[in-house]
Write a protein that binds this ligand. Structure first.
Ligand SMILES: [Zn+2]
Length: 320
């Protein structure tokens, strides 16, 4: 290596590094294999963390098969239960999914992944082969990448519950959902431009949601005062509890795009939000979303929309 961690590029906190930039960073640093950049980016990733409760900053970085590098960090929300928190590894994978990344083979994390995150990573196909390097925690993995199967042997995961053909995280999917008639009442009251875009973004996120275990796909969107809209999809885990809610996924999208950067709380700049979920689904996000918003973005107005599987409801689609 020709430079050390003082290299400005490495220290610049940002959530995505494009392939060309990653290549040029590798050349500048004399790093032949881009996976070796990942641990060098962790100080920058840790700076992106928002842990007002624990004060404990965790950073993660991953190299996608596209050549893009993604960063992730932990995010905590005062005023709501801890299960609303976003772990750095979940942030990382959600960030990759937002950019339509199709595969992750190498990950570096500043601390040993908790059990929850080891489980969440199982939702990626061939997860056991993902190579992970840890820098913290009494020497970490001593500079070596180790397969996820080293950290979580004998895993329980998608293969235990789903047929092989069901798409997993980072794989293309389309939940064929339509609006229910009742949504029209909300729309007839006259949606403003931002609310219309929020509604559409929440629908799109619900259609992309990975919820094969409960059959309850959902999407959440939020808008800032500049009218920019960010959305995230509910992402389930075979083990249920490590699932990432659509609200948290939308917060990831918001932070990745530079939102929440005004020095206040994460939710301070959020002015409106929308949820789209299946009517009568066994898992509902609505009340959780209300609780979250009331604590994190209390000024945000909120709308909830209902969806149904498209098959058999063609006559109930809006015609205008
Ligand atoms: Zn974790």
């Amino acid at each position: 290596m020709t430079k050390d961690a003082a290299t400005p590029d490495l220290l610049m906190p940002r959530f995505v590094i494009q392939p060309e930039e990653a290549e040029s960073m590798g050349e500048d640093l004399g790093v032949a294999d881009l996976r070796d950049l990942l641990p060098m980016l962790l100080p920058a990733a840790r700076k992106l963390a928002r842990p007002p409760i624990s004060g404990f900053h965790v950073g993660a970085a991953a190299l996608g098969v596209s050549g893009r590098i993604y960063l992730g960090a932990n995010v905590e929300f005062p005023g709501v239960p801890l299960h609303h928190s976003i772990h750095a590894e979940q942030f990382l994978i959600t960030n990759a999914a937002l950019h339509a990344e199709q595969g992750i083979r190498f990950i570096a994390v500043s601390e040993f992944p908790c059990g929850h995150c080891r489980q969440f990573l199982q939702e990626i196909r061939s997860a056991s082969k993902i190579q992970i390097l840890i820098t913290g925690g009494a020497g970490g993995t001593s500079g070596d990448f180790r397969p996820l199967s080293f950290f979580l042997p004998n895993p329980f995961g998608p293969a235990d519950l789903l047929p092989e053909h069901v798409p997993l995280i980072l794989e293309r999917r389309f939940n064929d959902l339509s609006e229910v008639e009742e949504n029209r009442e909300i729309c007839n009251n006259g949606l403003g431009l931002v609310d219309e875009r929020l509604r559409e973004a929440a629908f799109r996120a619900a259609r992309a949601s990975h919820a094969p275990y409960s059959g309850s796909p959902s999407g959440f969107s939020l808008a800032d005062s500049g009218g920019r809209v960010y959305a995230g999809s509910y992402t389930e885990s075979a083990a249920y509890n490590p699932s990432l809610g659509p609200v948290q996924a939308a917060i990831v999208a918001y932070l990745v795009a530079g939102g929440g950067d005004d020095g206040g709380g994460v939710g301070e700049g959020i002015v409106a939000a929308a949820l789209a979920e299946m009517e009568g689904a066994p898992v509902s996000q609505e009340e959780t979303a209300r609780v979250f918003l009331s604590a994190v973005a209390p000024k945000a107005r909120f709308s909830a929309y209902r969806l149904r599987p498209s098959a058999g409801v063609a006559s109930m689609r809006r015609k205008n």
